[in-house]
Design a protein around this ligand. Structure first.
Ligand SMILES: [Zn+2]
Length: 269
């Protein structure tokens, strides 16, 4: 006999013990599979939920039909909910790339940070929420072994043409002060020097593309300041020079990129 009810009806998702005791609740998501390459995750990817409420976001992340999930959701009051065990592959990155890898879901632990986002009234992240994100990242790094600081990234870093989250209000500086993520103080906005902008061509543009690619961004060296280049520069600014996010490589952007490249941590053995 065929049931008219959906297959998963009345069959609750099996729960699991949280990976850390700073987790307040486990709300299991069916949206996961095995990590593909068998290597443990070595990247933390930060998102904002981009929905009117955190509860709506949690419902979406734990509903099979949405096909999306994250390992963790951090609410504005600091509450941390785990939806997928860290050993499994959650579905948060989508089409993305970093440092030559395109299966970012297999490489990463995904953290959704509740914020309405650019579409529903982007606002400052409360400090108690950021403190929870920092504690969670520290817990992940402590338990899982070293995760290189330059592999704590924004969704916009790995999907610059599609994503803006967690956005320019996200306080990367505070994370960095707590030892999470690679970050440098941005160069001042109004410096003299050359500006590269959409439409430009030539060796300086190729050099910019090489530098961004060298840091990890999925960008090709075309020598032409095309839409993809503008999107990557925009993503770079959201993360590292948030005072002006316009996709134009002004002297402050170029200098900040150079400082970032020069202070990059040595690769982990
Ligand atoms: Zn995202």
């Amino acid at each position: 006999m065929r049931s008219i009810l959906p297959k998963d009806w009345l069959r609750p998702m099996p729960s699991f013990p949280p990976d850390s005791f700073i987790v307040s609740d486990v709300v299991p998501s069916p949206n996961h599979d095995e990590r593909k390459d068998g290597r443990p995750p070595d990247m933390i990817l930060l998102h904002y939920t981009g929905m009117p409420t955190g509860e709506a976001a949690l419902a979406r992340l734990t509903t099979a039909a949405s096909k999306v999930s994250a390992h963790y959701v951090v609410f504005e009051d600091g509450r941390i909910v785990q939806c997928v065990p860290e050993t499994l592959r959650a579905w948060h990155a989508g089409v993305s790339s970093w440092a030559g890898d395109s299966d970012i879901n297999s490489r990463s632990i995904g953290i959704e940070i509740v914020n309405p986002g650019h579409e529903f009234g982007y606002r400052d992240f409360p400090l108690r929420q950021i403190a929870a994100v920092i504690s969670l990242c520290k817990s992940i790094v402590t338990r899982r072994g070293p995760i290189s600081a330059d592999r704590v990234l924004a969704h916009s870093d790995v999907a610059p043409s599609r994503k803006q989250d967690p956005g320019e209000k996200f306080p990367w500086e505070l994370l960095s002060e707590s030892g999470i993520g690679h970050w440098v103080r941005a160069a001042p906005l109004d410096l003299d020097g050359n500006t590269l902008k959409p439409g430009d061509r030539g060796e300086p543009v190729a050099r910019l593309q090489r530098a961004l690619h060298g840091y990890g961004y999925g960008i090709e060296e075309t020598g032409s300041y095309d839409d993809a280049t503008r999107d990557v520069v925009t993503a770079f600014q959201r993360h590292f020079r948030p005072a002006r996010v316009d996709g134009i490589a002004d002297p402050s952007t170029l200098l900040t990129l150079r400082a970032l490249t020069e202070t990059r941590p040595a690769p982990l053995a």
